[in-house]
Design a protein around this ligand. Structure first.
Ligand code: PEP
Length: 244
């Protein structure tokens, strides 16, 4: 089933997140074209989780730690996120890799999420120089291998992988549908033993360009940042309505 996830990054506090959810719920008439996940900041998870219960929206978080309790100041335990109603977790987003030095521990986060009953949305993607050097696929392959090490395919059933070229995130530039298709096909081939795998494209997805990605057989959904921050735009993107 198609999966559209909105990553609100550190943009909305609790009240604004709730307001955005209300705006979405006014516009989204079930049944939706697919699953729609909202990923507010951690401080809004409980409030949003309560509001989206028994609605067509699902709750996601933007990060998780790999332990479920202990002296880890500032971290988010997967079981606590689950308690707030979290079903999906964005893991290894490029902003976390670049700004917070994430990398080697990502596989532990993937594993901990799965063990807590949370579906990971694992983010992978190359930098612009890597693409220009013809290394886009080897870089993504290495990220996949590192992020999924030690996790047998049967544990990963239902995994979502978001291919997000770093240079396309928040820039207004997107991968060409052909490049996105190629990378998604390589990821699918690499993870062919994983049942129910979904591959998302992310990077400046908007209502006007979402069709170009969603119509590709290799792509099952989108991870959306900027265009998920307003109910009207996000709803248009979900329903693929180009004109407002
Ligand atoms: C993202 O944050 O994962 C993202 C894809 O952002 P944007 O849609 O703004 O490029």
């Amino acid at each position: 089933m198609e999966l559209i996830a909105g990553n609100w990054k550190m943009h909305h506090g609790g009240r604004d997140s709730l307001q955005l959810v209300e705006g979405l719920l006014e516009r989204l008439i079930a049944p939706l074209p697919g699953e729609v996940v909202v990923c507010p900041p951690a401080t809004a998870l409980f409030m949003v989780g309560d509001r989206v219960q028994d609605t067509p929206l699902q709750l996601g978080c933007q990060n998780l730690f790999y332990e479920n309790g202990g002296a880890f100041t500032g971290e988010i335990a997967p079981i606590f996120a689950r308690e707030a109603g979290v079903r999906y977790a964005i893991i290894g987003h490029s902003e976390r890799r670049a700004l917070f030095g994430e990398g080697p521990e990502i596989y532990r986060k993937v594993q901990a999420a799965i063990e807590a009953g949370i579906t990971p949305i694992l983010c992978v993607g190359e930098q612009l120089e890597e693409r220009e050097d013809g290394r886009a696929w080897p870089v993504v392959l290495e990220q996949l291998q590192e992020s999924l090490q030690g996790l047998p395919p049967e544990k990963l059933a239902g995994l979502a992988v978001a291919y997000e070229p770093v240079w396309a995130i928040g820039t207004g530039q997107t991968a060409s549908p052909e490049d996105a298709r190629y990378m998604a096909a390589r990821i699918r081939e690499e993870l062919k033993a994983v049942s129910g795998l979904r591959i998302l494209y992310g990077g400046s997805v908007k209502p006007d360009n979402v069709d170009g990605f969603m119509e590709l057989e290799e792509i099952d959904g989108a991870l959306v940042g900027g265009a998920s921050l307003k109910a009207e735009t996000f709803a248009r993107l979900i329903y693929r309505e180009k004109k407002g």
